[in-house]
Ligand binder design. Sequence first.
Ligand code: UDP
Length: 250
Amino acid sequence: MSKPLGKILSEGKTKKVRETENSDVALLEFKDSITVLDGEKMDVLRGKAVINAHISAYFLEILEKKGVPTHYIEFVEPNMMKVKNLEMLPVEIVCRNIAAGHLVKNYPIKEGTLLNPPVVEFYLKDDARHDPMLNEDHFLILGLASRGEVKKIKEITLKTNRILSDALKAKGLTLVDFKIEVGRGTDGKIYVGDEINGDSMRIWEVGTDKILDKDVYRKGGTMEQVLNTYIQLYQKLLGKMPPIRGTKNE
Ligand code: UDP
């Protein structure tokens, strides 16, 4: 018999954070829910938890190997990651290589435009205020981070972008944009936390521009199309079918 899981410390739309015997370590348990528009649209997609947990572990392991500090410790079957407990910043950091999504909606730029250098944006995580964009001065006046930390966060984001773009290119995929979250470790340093997978990235197939991420759901795809998209992304990255038959993770 496996040990019961630790107490739930917090629960978001797509993950639960669980306690472990070590207060410096947490367990991130992925859920099968899929949401957009700050949770206004939400569905259950059986198998997504397992797929996204594996893909997050895959990307975080690559980042660790290439010298980006992340919270990742190890994968825990079937849909969890053991991670360092971080003091998370309530900030989303977006990095864009190709214009899409909100950049195209809010600025006079056409979808598909190549962005060189990549564009880095910061957003305050605040559903009631619809996640307002932050500049570097806002970090200071809101007491979120020092100037040095903001510089470090930008450096880490751009390095993450280079590493993930190369890793995806090697699989015939283009990294259009992605979101990361960061936090402070017990050593006071900045680490990449949270998840990195088809929920937090835009990925297009080289040559066809076929969408392999959550945009299929955002654009109103059926649950079958959305699940197939997540399965295809898993297959392209890990070279095998995801172990999702009969899984249920709520
Ligand atoms: N993103 C995310 N969580 C959010 C908002 C955006 O993971 O709350 C990701 C999104 O998947 C995309 C990138 O950040 O890869 C840029 O998203 P954008 O600002 O264009 O907003 P969206 O159109 O995705 O709402």
